[in-house]
Write a protein that binds this ligand. Structure first.
Ligand code: ADP
Length: 189
């Protein structure tokens, strides 16, 4: 099973990504976590991406692609993947097809976790995640803006590819998971 999760910051990509990865026994690949890992270890790449993350701006495509390339390439061996946070721009989506093309398709389905901005905002300000510098209120606004400007256009792209599954994501975690699994079963019919 190859899944891509799309959604605003605070939509629950990380949470659902972990649950779905466990359910299907496939790797959960979070571009944000991979990038934060590089920042934490102070790698060369971490130094280059730190400021983008801190300001809620997108990391340049070539750097993000470097970070996720291996994970995508090994999706075939791993039985699939749950991609969380990548692709995030149209350019990345096109690149993702190319990265995956030699082995497998990038996705059987793209799941859009649909939440109103005020719910996303509330969740992000409410979570006591002191280790995320980008959870400061001004940066949260920036991340929401970037989502609407750069990532929301992907919805149309994936809808046209027949891959998009939209799930109302303001409900409790287990209700959202059940809705995703139902939608995936429905697609396989
Ligand atoms: P959220 O969706 O809540 O903002 P993520 O962990 O997915 O959380 O992303 C955090 C930050 O990591 C983003 O604001 C951005 O700076 C960077 N990032 C993650 N994935 C990408 C990507 N595919 N392209 C560019 N930047 C990314």
């Amino acid at each position: 099973m190859r899944l891509v999760l799309l959604g605003a910051p605070g939509s629950g990509k990380g949470t659902q990504g972990a649950v779905l990865a466990a359910h299907f026994d496939i790797p959960h690949v979070s571009s944000g976590e991979l990038l934060r890992g590089h920042v934490a270890t102070g790698s060369e790449l971490g130094r280059r991406v730190r400021t983008f993350l801190a300001h809620g701006e997108l990391v340049p495509d070539d750097l993000v692609v470097d970070v996720v390339r291996d994970a995508i390439a090994s999706a075939g061996d791993a039985g699939g993947h749950v991609l969380d946070g990548f692709p995030r721009t149209l350019a990345q989506a096109k690149c993702a097809f190319d990265l995956a093309a030699p082995t497998v398709a990038i996705a059987d389905a793209v799941i859009y976790l649909d939440v109103p901005d005020d719910v996303a905002r509330e969740r992000l300000t409410g979570r006591a995640q002191t280790d995320r510098v980008d959870d400061a209120p001004a940066v949260i606004e920036q991340r929401l803006e970037v989502f609407h400007a750069e990532t929301a256009p992907l919805l149309r792209f994936y809808e046209q590819s027949g891959l998009l599954v939209t799930v109302a994501a303001e409900k409790p975690v287990d209700v959202v998971t059940a809705a995703i699994l139902d939608a995936l079963t429905e697609r396989q019919r």
